[in-house]
Design a protein around this ligand. Structure first.
Ligand code: GLU
Length: 846
């Protein structure tokens, strides 16, 4: 339970003396404070001051009641005694203004209404703090203005739930809520905040918890959290004394001075009482007469509601900003602002007004000069030369002028930095890293090299370029909000459908060994047909009445022509006649049909996707470990390399192993070198790189394409030293550069227009299965080839059987022996002549 708050006694003195001076009747105002809240000395002082005021004021009787903390019975008894004394109003720093409900006496609460629908307890109560609903609306506007889209909220009391609730499920926000117990374990709280992975924390805590939280709020890596304290009654002096970068929401703005909320609200409460009494006096209404014994008689003060109306109608410009209430006594006009404390400097960041929210000019630009003794600071900015982020200027042919300093460089990041420098108001000197190193951690020393190392060692103030945010780098430097989000892609070589292929490209449809096997099969079939046509008596033909029948069209030459002709699917006039030769021919035709089908099917896609042939099985980065068509690599020591090294997925780990196992001389030292290697390897090497750079390269070199989608989710940002005071300035500037469309404009200029952009149609290589072409391999035709071999074997057996059958039939007919017929058959097979005229209709004589 939160401890109620109470008015500052000096301000109460002010209330009482000012009321006394204008009041024409003796009126008593009750003041409820809490026992033991101040030290003994202070408490005595409070009594003295009130005693004096009472005597001096004469016409006003301020009555002080101290109640023990968290003792509702004692509070009720105090209120009862005030009601019996006959008070015109009660000023209560807590939130139990029951005097209004029970005795009809107006109560001025220094706290805000709960924000829930009005209920009895709030009867005749004027709230000096805005209600929780309005506060919550203001908070949403603030978070939007600060671009805190991902944050944690720490709160400690149910009373604050109304403030926190509207933030949950807010579109575009990721809010993690941590509720603190009455006796919080701060280690647990920090762990929960750490799990949310956001360093930004909205703090809605009462003072004792807030103090302890401030002491404990460091992330496990030792980095402080970014805090925005949203409880408006927090003492700003305490936050300032905490000596760290911290923001707080306060009532009013700089123009209302820097009073603590409690004092400002007490002063305003006194001003409201004064104004209401004035108003009552001038309205001609009967003078206020308080009634005593209200508690004893259990009755209501009759003039109470009338006086409450006068109080609620008060409208003034107070110490806490504009003050105005609705009929229920809720403060509806007020101003809020966010103040930032940093190393003793207090600055106002943004204002919010009830009704208009954050006004167009609400964002107060902080002046960076306050960080460098009033002078425009000059920052050292590290970068790696990398196209198109930071590149050496191209000098025209006639340009002999020598360039110095930043003038030597141009690029997207240089332009962006120029814009930020203009927006924030600083100068900068570019410091190019000679080794081209972005920054990786030495496993032995734990130190970073490259530009991240320079930042960690505070040799430079910022680092720009294609610098990727990573968790490990975040432990030594601070990153601004990202200026671009992307993934990692694979760049491959692809000649594209338009470029002409090799003259004998049509041969590439089949792998070379298949061509040789097909040639052997053609010649083999021709030889087999030639042999069988001689062996089989049913293939040989002769003149009708001529003996012996020694003619066959299947000479070696004709057989070869026959095999080739059918291969090209041409009609060949003379067809085999014997069962054995027909069987072999059938097996050959089967092969021919399947070969032709494969060739035709692959030819078309092969010509359009010629360059892809060696990448047939690679559809994405995940396929890389399971193939041997291409080798691949990433920039050594870059964040892409580290991404694969630290990946949790097994296939990405295997991608890394392949890169890691490469010899050190094969390491890629710059993105430009990686691109060169892809071009040189012409399809046998792929480069894993960040998508924006990949896009830039493929936009200018149409032979390079991105294969498949991307992996990982990465962000480019500007890096600053850890806890850099410039961080907020950079973020503010980046925000307005993005919002004004300048960031996109710069991207368009550097990616599409400058240095030969916009040349290539598509940067993606389609990996759709229908669009891929792969070489037909020997294995694809193994089945029909085996059938041909089987056909030839069976054909040979058949031919022998035909021979035997013919010899037996002939021997029976002639009465000779089968043996002599057989030998005659074989001699005829050898002496058979090529056919000159072919009496096709004739059959061998039986
Ligand atoms: N952007 C990377 C880095 O910050 C360099 C390029 C890469 O690793 O692909 O380390």
């Amino acid at each position: 339970m939160a401890s109620p708050r109470h008015p500052n006694f000096l301000s109460l003195l002010l209330i009482i003396s000012s009321i006394g001076s204008i009041c024409n009747a003796d009126l008593t105002v009750g003041v409820v404070t809490q026992e033991g809240r101040r030290g003994d000395v202070e408490s005595r002082l409070l009594q003295d001051v009130f005693g004096n005021v009472t005597e001096e004021a004469g016409r006003l009787m301020p009555l002080l009641r101290e109640v023990p903390q968290r003792d509702p019975l004692a509070a009720a008894a105090a209120v009862c005694s005030l009601a019996d004394e006959g008070v015109a109003a009660v000023v209560d720093g807590g939130h139990s203004c029951s005097v209004g409900r029970v005795y009809g006496v107006p109560c001025i609460s220094l706290r805000g209404a709960s924000g829930k629908t009005a209920h009895d307890t709030d009867a005749l109560t004027l709230h000096m703090e805005p209600d929780k609903n309005l506060m919550s609306r203001a908070l949403v506007d603030f978070l939007q203005e600060l671009r805190w889209f991902s944050l944690s909220v720490v709160y400690d009391s149910v009373e604050h739930l109304t403030l926190v609730e509207p933030l949950l499920g807010l579109p575009g926000f990721r809010v993690n809520v941590v509720k603190m117990d009455a006796q919080p374990n701060y280690e647990d709280v920090m762990t929960q905040l750490e799990q949310a992975r956001s360093s930004r924390v909205l703090v809605v805590l009462e003072p004792p918890h807030l103090r302890e939280f401030l002491g404990a709020s460091k992330r496990p890596n030792g980095k402080p959290l970014d805090l925005l304290v949203a409880t408006v009654h927090t003492r700003l002096g305490e936050l300032k004394a905490a000596g760290r970068n911290i923001m707080a929401v306060r009532l009013g703005s700089q123009q209302h001075g820097m009073l603590e909320a409690e004092e400002a609200l007490t002063l305003d409460a006194s001003a409201v009482l004064k104004a209401a009494l004035h108003h009552h006096q001038r309205s001609g209404a009967p003078p206020l007469r308080t009634e005593s014994g209200l508690c004893l008689s259990r009755s209501h003060w009759r003039q109470g509601p009338q006086f409450f109306q006068a109080l609620a109608q008060t409208k003034l410009e107070g110490a806490s900003g504009p003050v105005e209430f609705n009929d229920q006594g809720n403060r509806v006009d007020f101003e809020l602002s966010i103040v930032n404390f940093y190393e003793g400097i207090t600055s106002e960041i943004v204002r919010w007004q009830a009704g208009s929210g954050v006004p167009a000019n609400g964002r107060v630009r902080r002046d960076i000069r306050q960080l460098s003794g009033g002078r425009k600071p000059t920052l050292r900015v590290a970068a790696v030369l990398s196209t198109p982020y930071v590149v050496l200027k191209e000098l025209g042919g006639n340009d002999t002028e020598e360039l110095f300093g930043n003038d030597r460089y141009e690029g997207f990041s240089v332009d962006l930095m120029d814009e930020i420098a203009k927006e924030v108001g600083f100068n900068y000197i570019l410091d190019i890293n000679d080794e081209g190193l972005y920054g990786s951690k030495d496993p032995q020393t734990g130190e970073y090299n490259g530009i991240i190392g320079d930042l960690a060692a505070q040799r430079v103030d910022a680092a720009i370029g294609d610098l990727t945010i990573s968790e490990s780098r975040e432990s030594v430097v601070d990153f601004t909000d990202p200026w671009y989000s992307f993934g990692i892609g694979l760049m491959v070589y692809h000649t594209g459908p338009k470029s002409s292929g090799p003259i004998f490209g049509f041969l590439n449809v089949f792998e070379s060994s298949l061509w040789w096997v097909l040639l052997a099969a053609t010649l083999g079939t021709a030889v087999v047909l030639f042999l069988l046509s001689r062996l089989s008596p049913y293939e040989r033909v002769g003149a009708m009445d001529q003996e012996p029948q020694v003619w066959t069209p299947f000479t070696l030459c004709y057989s070869t022509w026959f095999a080739l002709g059918t291969l090209f699917r041409q009609f060949i006039y003379f067809q085999p006649r014997a069962p054995s030769t027909r069987l072999v021919t059938l097996a050959w035709w089967l092969l021919v049909i399947i070969v032709a089908a494969h060739y035709v099917a692959n030819l078309a896609s092969f010509f359009t996707l010629r360059g892809l042939r060696s990448l047939g099985t690679i559809k994405s980065v995940y396929d890389l470990p399971d193939q041997n068509q291409i080798t691949y690599n990433a920039l050594h020591g870059g964040s892409t390399w580290a991404f694969f090294r630290d990946a949790k997925s097994e296939s990405l780990q295997r991608v890394y192993s392949a890169m890691y196992n490469r010899a050190s001389e094969q390491r890629i030292k710059s993105s430009a070198q990686g691109v060169e290697e892809v071009l040189e390897a012409q399809g046998s090497f792929g480069f894993l790189m960040e998508e924006p750079t990949l896009e830039y390269v493929t936009e200018r070199n149409c032979e390079l394409k991105q294969l498949g989608g991307t992996v990982g989710s990465r962000d480019y940002a500007i890096a600053l030293q850890q806890d850099s005071p410039y961080l907020d300035y950079f973020n503010d500037a980046l925000y307005s550069i993005r919002e004004s469309g300048q960031l996109q404009a710069l991207r368009d200029i550097w990616w599409r227009e400058k240095r030969g952009g916009g040349q290539c149609e598509s940067r993606f290589l389609s990996t759709e299965p229908s669009a891929t072409a792969s070489q037909v391999e020997l294995d694809d035709l193994a089945g029909p080839l085996l059938l041909l071999v089987a056909g030839v074997a069976v054909g040979l057996v058949l031919a022998l059987l035909e021979c035997c059958y013919y010899a037996t039939a002939s021997a029976n007919a002639k009465g000779s022996s089968v043996g002599s017929e057989m030998s005659q058959q074989f001699s005829q097979a050898i002496t058979t002549q090529p056919a000159e005229q072919l009496p096709l209709s004739r059959q061998p004589k039986a």
